[in-house]
Each structure stands twice: as C-alpha cells, then as structure tokens.
Design a protein around this ligand. Structure first.
Ligand SMILES: C[S@@+](CC[C@H](N)C(=O)[O-])C[C@H]1O[C@@H](n2cnc3c(N)ncnc32)[C@H](O)[C@@H]1O
Length: 242
C-alpha cells in the first residue's frame, strides 16, 4: 500500500474537479464559527488540499493551511499567495502561534486508518488551539461507505491524462477509491498509474466518546440534513478546547 501523500500527489492536477462543492463546506464552517466564537482572528485548515475552502476566508481571517501532499500544497500556494501553507502531517503538526479556530473537512480525517491516529490528530489540534478555541470537522459514516457498492466509474480528464475513479466498500468500515490514470497521448490507452486511496470510518458514538477526552463537544449533527440518524452519510462535529 502506497503512502497517502503519494496518492494525492498523483491526482493533484484534477483535484479541483473532484470536490465540486467547496462553497457548501465554506458556508457550513463559516456559519458555525460565527455561531460559536466571537473575536476570531487566526484560522487553520488541516488537510486543506488545493486551498478551496480556506481560500474563501482569505479576506476575513489570518489564514493558514496544512496538508501532507507537496503537490496539493504547491497548487494551493499558486492559487492563494496571501495564505501561509505548509506541508505537515495532521497527526503531529506544530506552529509558533496558536489558532482561534482549526477545521478539517471533506472527510480528510477518514484518511487516518486507525483510531490511535485520530487521537494523535485530536491531541495536536488541542495543543495548537487557544483556550476556548474551536475545532470543527466532518467525517464520513460507516453507512456512507456501504452505499458505495452501487457506485459507477467516474471519468475526469486533464490536458494529457484520463482518470477513472471507482468507489468500493471495504471490510471493517473501510472504503477504497480505485484511481486508474491513463495517458491521452502516445500509446493510446496506456495505463500510467494505479492509485488506491483508503478511508476508515467509526461510529458517531465512538468518535464522540474519544473527543470528550480532549474537548467539550458542542454539537454533533448531520452535515446535509436536519436529522442525524442511521442514514446520515456525513457528520459534523463542533468542539471547544477546555
Ligand atoms: C478529500 S481531500 C480534502 C481537501 C480539502 N480539505 C478540500 O475540501 O478540498 C483530503 C486531503 O487530506 C490530505 N491528507 C491525507 N492524510 C493526511 C495527513 N496524514 N496529514 C495531512 N493531510 C492529509 C490529502 O493530501 C488531501 O489533500
């Protein structure tokens, strides 16, 4: 199994065609910041990818972004030169300054495949927040991964490559994104690379219990609908450092 940074390095050039609704993530995060914290100055997005969400906040807060993929960060820097981006692992990151808000969205946390890694991440977030700082993140649910059994192949093209992506449920609340990358020039249909991006999910109760070791849990809700229930696919956690 390849490293996660390698997987994203190889799809960075088409990434912006994959997260086709950054505006929705931005508005959910922004409204929760406004609801739960006044006087917000410094904000950090963890696993910020190509910067589409933190980029929308650049005129509002002092913005920072980190990601483990050098290629994703390279694109983020080209798009938003006023934001301070760095390549770091979310399980163990550090800054000289502390943040009023740290957030992490579009199921980036699910890329951590062990609960011990989720806890290292929570611990790092806590250390980098001011007292009473906000931590907001979303996570895909085990139910969402089950629904991948019916998914179709999605095709996305860049200038010189074609990417074929197929989602598949795995065992033990895991899911796989199989990504096959083909050349559009030269030998027709030549397969250049084959990537697998893995995600892992946990039950909402398990996540909530672990979080309470690090934060006060302010809200746990369905990201897309009014009710959090067994059919929820994405859950939003809003926490405060105590
Ligand atoms: C689904 S993308 C989300 C990107 C961005 N938040 C967005 O909404 O467009 C997941 C991101 O998590 C990053 N990532 C995965 N594991 C990571 C880790 N251990 N530390 C930091 N970033 C990580 C990947 O490189 C990728 O950019």
């Amino acid at each position: 199994m390849k490293n996660i940074d390698e997987g994203y390095n190889n799809i960075a050039e088409i990434y912006d065609k994959l997260n086709n609704n950054p505006e929705k993530f931005y508005s959910v995060i922004r409204s929760n910041i406004e609801r739960f914290k006044s006087d917000v100055r410094r904000v950090l997005e963890i696993a910020c990818g190509t910067g589409n969400i933190i980029g929308r906040m650049k005129n509002v807060y002092e913005c920072y972004g980190l990601d483990v993929s050098t290629e994703m960060i390279k694109i983020a820097k080209q798009k938003f030169n006023s934001i301070q981006f760095s390549v770091q692992d979310m399980r163990d990151f550090s800054y000289k300054k502390k943040f009023d808000v740290i957030f992490c969205v579009f199921d980036s946390i699910n890329h951590l495949l062990k609960m011990t890694d989720w806890m290292k991440f929570f611990d790092s977030v806590r250390k980098n927040l001011v007292n009473k700082g906000l931590f907001i993140f979303d996570a895909n649910t085990p139910y969402k991964f089950e629904t991948f059994k019916d998914s179709k192949v999605e095709e996305i093209e860049s200038e010189d490559k074609c990417f074929k992506i197929k989602k598949e449920p795995g065992k033990n609340n895991e899911a796989y994104w199989h990504i096959r990358i083909f050349s559009k020039s030269g030998k027709k249909g030549h397969e250049l690379r084959n990537e697998i991006i893995r995600e892992k999910s946990f039950d909402v109760d398990v996540i909530s219990r672990k979080l309470k070791n690090y934060f006060e849990l302010l809200e746990v809700k369905d990201f897309d609908r009014n009710v959090l229930d067994k059919n929820s696919k994405r859950v939003l956690f809003v926490c405060r450092k105590i």
